[in-house]
Design a protein around this ligand. Sequence first.
Ligand SMILES: [Zn+2]
Length: 176
Amino acid sequence: MIAPKFNIGSKVWVATTSTEPVAIMCPDCLDKRRWECALPNGDRLLIPCSSCEGGGPRIYTHRPRTWEGTVGSVRINTEDKQPVSYMLTETGVGSGSVYYEESVFATESEARVTADALCVARQKAVAENLLTNIMYKRRNRKGGLVGHLRNEIREVERRLESLRSHLNTLQNPVGA
Ligand SMILES: [Zn+2]
């Protein structure tokens, strides 16, 4: 038989983290948003930094957070990985946040230990996601300069095609 640690009306301490968005310096352009490329013939090209598309990189940084709440409902579901969960009056009972037994504690100091561990794990995930995201952008930009030049060439080719077509129409008018 599963016995919940807390009952309705119990005061509990919740272990969690708070987040705050932080803009970080782009490792690929050092926040210049552009790359200046010098070609062997002396030409200089300014190309947009593809790692900065849609603004520079941003991460959410976590801080350990504990707060005291009051159990408003207790739920036991043996199908869940963690069978006991609570809803707290402060965040809504019936609809609101669900707190599993692993994140609620009798004392603030116990909650603080878990909040610290959660924070470390979440910060690690943030760093890994950032790295994955940057590596993804680097892999997908087709060599930065190469991709940019290919686009420029395609543009010029489209323009040439259009000019040739006009020229052709002028030189060979329909019905002449
Ligand atoms: Zn950048």
